[in-house]
Design a protein around this ligand. Structure first.
Ligand code: SD4
Length: 306
């Protein structure tokens, strides 16, 4: 059975992103178009400092973006460490559809984007630049704490910045087709050239039309190490529910690095080919947005290990 069209995405900014995706899905559009359209909302949002324009820069002050997109048949495209292009997800789709490759990085990705007619822009906003200059006072990179602070942003913990992480979005359309997209500015103050999980197919995003789709948010290094989204999909292939598969993938990270896991956040979000949805995270505070013909604005808390 197919429950009808549905779109899910990570964090509370997923609500607005889902609405944009629904403008495609609700009219019988293709899941692939829906996820691309949806994630462009946080990419453009100046208040969002972890995706797209206004994303926090690397430690040298460069805004460097990662994104990937994947269709049900295994078609996929991604860009990593792409600078100066406001909508990396659109470039990722062009990589998928107009090149023989899956992943373009850095200057090559920028060159391709410019050839494709995208505009070169300054993505560092005055606000992000100021945050970077403040960070430079200490220039201390604490990815785990950083992630935790960002993840807890609106729960009122000390240091919470109201900021969130990557958007990962999964959709099934009225024809039962699955697709996914993932886009991020990565970890704030990362080393120049650092690439996270989001543009790595199988890590930050994976889609298999026969089984389901998964995406992740949080400290990308831990997700890459465990090929997280691929693992979630493979667990669903073995019969696990989306929530169970996400929990097992989270536990894999925690088991391998129990000490480090206490201070870092990773969350997985999954949807199977029937449109059932599940999520799990290491830390509390991870939420995901759901939108279908019944629920237009649903925001649900994910369960967590701690
Ligand atoms: C990354 N998973 O680059 C992404 C971004 C993120 O907290 O979610 N950061 O590792």
């Amino acid at each position: 059975h197919v429950t009808g069209a549905r779109v899910v995405s990570t964090w509370d900014f997923g609500v607005a992103a889902n609405q944009a995706a629904w403008s495609v899905l609700g009219q019988g559009g293709h899941a692939l178009d829906a996820v691309e359209t949806g994630v462009m909302v946080p990419e453009a949002d100046l208040k969002n400092h972890s995706v797209g324009r206004a994303g926090y820069p690397d430690r040298d002050g460069h805004v460097s973006l990662d994104a990937s997109i994947m269709d049900a048949d295994g078609s996929c495209g991604a860009v990593a460490a792409l600078e100066h292009i406001a909508h990396p997800i659109q470039v990722a789709r062009r990589v998928m559809e107009r090149t023989p490759h899956v992943l373009l990085v850095g200057d090559g990705a920028l060159q391709f984007a410019l050839e494709q007619g995208f505009k070169k822009e300054e993505l560092l906003t005055p606000e992000s630049e100021q945050a970077w200059r403040e960070w430079l006072q200490t220039a201390h990179y604490q990815p785990s704490v950083n992630s935790e602070v960002r993840s807890y942003g609106k729960t009122g913990l000390p240091g919470g910045s109201g900021n969130h992480d990557t958007i990962g979005m999964l959709a099934i359309d009225a024809q039962g087709r699955l697709a996914g997209a993932c886009t991020t500015s990565g970890m704030a103050w990362k080393m120049r050239g650092r690439v996270g999980d989001s543009p790595i197919i199988g890590a930050g995003l994976y889609v298999d039309g026969e089984v389901g789709a998964a995406t992740s948010t949080g400290v990308g290094e831990e997700v890459i190490r465990n090929v997280g989204s691929f693992l979630v999909v493979e667990l669903m292939r073995q019969g696990r529910s989306p929530q169970d598969a996400c929990r097992e993938a989270v536990m894999r990270i925690v088991k391998r690095r129990p000490q480090a896991s206490k201070d870092l956040q990773v969350g997985f979000l999954a949807m199977n080919r029937h449109g059932d949805v599940g999520a799990w995270a290491i830390q509390p505070g991870f939420s995901y947005a759901v939108c279908d013909s019944q629920r237009q604005n649903g925001l649900l808390p994910a369960k967590s290990v701690f």
